[in-house]
Design a protein around this ligand. Sequence first.
Ligand SMILES: [Fe+2]
Length: 179
Amino acid sequence: MNARTDLSAQAINVLETEHRNIEVILETLESLQKGKPDWGIYERAIALLEEYADKYHHAKEEDLLFPAMIEAGIPERNSPVSCMLEEHKLARSLVAQMNDHLSHMDAAAMREASGHYCTLLREHIAKEDNILYPMALQVIAPDGWRTLATKFIEVEERLGGGEDFMRRAKALRRRAHKG
Ligand SMILES: [Fe+2]
């Protein structure tokens, strides 16, 4: 394995693993679509989305991967990168809506926003895994991957590793599935 393959695979693997972790939170939200709403689970799931999906994962893409792709020649506007950024914005606005519905304990509105969020994120993750990341692997040079791999580690050191998020996400999914 040459240096490029090794470092690029390492960096993309970090992001793909985070997608699998976000899917655990999505499964939790999806299991709340039927029956009486469990507001405690909603509250914790939304907090995990804010902390993990938004600050931890999307920030890594927005601050590091996407700029590296633009630097490597992917257009800033009307491109797969700008499309992913728009979807991140929409995801954040849906999380804000869910927080609002949580504070009013509005079950119907919560189900609608949460369902919309899960559909958006599942489609978004598929686009990144199947289109955007392979594109990044094509355009970013070995030096770029070296920088990204190092900066991803810095983000993890600054925000704490993903294991704690994962443990909390899995515990919450178990709780939701029991309900
Ligand atoms: Fe992503």
